[in-house]
Ligand binder design. Structure first.
Ligand SMILES: C[S@@+](CC[C@H](N)C(=O)[O-])C[C@H]1O[C@@H](n2cnc3c(N)ncnc32)[C@H](O)[C@@H]1O
Length: 330
């Protein structure tokens, strides 16, 4: 799912008058900081120009990853949120995505960096819906919030809580504290998105184990609540292809007109999810003459399923399927 047009236009307006070579320098510096300095609880960005460049460079991808996750959540649950807590909102990528899926009445964005908040607020002001224009940005540190909260603290209780590309910026100890606190503030569904790397996935796996113990129900992507079946140094991740505009291509020194964003995600429900028997497609389906091979995660484990033309319905479904989809004919 691509950024809506109003948001593309708004992002481009942000950089009107900005010096192109300064923007390219910022883009390079931001990439370096996110690669080398993340995971230590450090402030990675604190100037408005950097936040504007961040929104151009990263928001199309984070928006698409969150949209992918929400799409999968909606596929397996009939959950209807009215309020959203966007924790570590940055410039609002997750809020914009959630607004495309749900008729929300209220959005709260928690964010530590003033620069991110400034740019997020500007982008929201271009939003087509009242709920975006009225989104409440609160400048706060999630770790501090989680540390000072007592067990009854549900200060920001919202139907839907999203943490997108945030928890990986924290130390392990702080991350788990924040996860506990996010879950306490979750009315219905908590969705966590992390980079699609072995480290991002190991964060998700650890959070999964912890929240299942706390009574959470896994909604997606796992089709079961048992121990994760992924073995060894493999990791569960998905990909969205994001089209690059002219400025994006320039900022990233890119040749191709798209980028593939890899991410891991998990969604937890407060209500039990009706577990239907299906598999989750873990890799791009392999197409051969008259047959297809699907790598499926199922309740029983991960296995490769071969589907041939003879399995008429199953074959038709496999032909249309993509990595990350559910596949019912297991
Ligand atoms: C990589 S950005 C992701 C922004 C947005 N969620 C998205 O998906 O586009 C991470 C954001 O989390 C914020 N953040 C990181 N640690 C935080 C903390 N302890 N408290 C509040 N915000 C935090 C950063 O300032 C930054 O804006």
């Amino acid at each position: 799912m691509e950024l809506p047009n109003y948001l593309k236009t708004a992002s481009e307006k942000l950089i009107e008058g900005m010096n192109v070579s300064a923007m390219s320098d910022s883009a390079r510096e931001l990439s370096r900081r996110y690669m080398e300095e993340s995971g230590q609880g450090k402030s990675l960005l604190n100037k408005d120009e950097e936040a504007a460049v961040y929104s151009l460079m990263r928001m199309p991808a984070t928006f698409s990853a969150v949209s992918f996750a929400l799409d999968k959540v909606c596929e397996v649950s009939d959950f209807v949120p009215r309020s959203l807590l966007d924790a570590g909102a940055g410039t609002g990528g997750a809020s914009f995505a959630a607004n495309e899926f749900f008729a929300l009445d209220k959005i709260i964005c928690l964010e530590r960096e003033l620069a991110m908040e400034n740019i997020g607020r500007k982008l929201m002001s271009y939003g087509e819906d009242k709920v975006l224009k009225e989104a409440e940005y609160i400048r706060t540190d999630l770790v501090e919030e989680a540390t000072k909260a007592n067990s009854n603290n549900k200060k920001y209780l919202s139907d839907l809580v999203i943490s997108s590309y945030v928890l990986n910026e924290m130390s392990v100890e702080n991350r788990m504290k924040v996860v506990k606190w996010l879950w306490e503030n979750t009315g219905k569904m908590l969705v966590i998105i992390e980079p699609g790397t072995p480290v991002g996935f190991s964060n998700i796996r650890r959070i999964r184990d912890y929240l299942i113990e706390q009574g959470a129900y896994v909604c997606a992507p796992c089709p079961h609540m048992d121990n994760c079946h992924i073995l060894g140094d493999d990791w569960c991740h998905f990909t969205v292809r994001v089209q690059r505009g002219k400025i994006h291509k320039m900022l990233k020194d890119a040749d191709v007109p798209y980028e593939d964003e890899k991410f891991s995600y998990i969604a937890f429900s407060r209500e039990p999810i009706e577990i239907k028997k299906f598999g989750r497609i873990m890799r791009h389906p392999i197409t051969q003459k008259g047959r297809m091979e699907l790598s499926l995660c199922t309740r029983e484990g991960i296995h490769t399923k071969t589907v041939t033309k003879k399995d008429s319905e199953g074959y038709k479904a496999a032909k249309k399927a993509n990595c990350g989809d559910i596949y019912p004919f297991i």
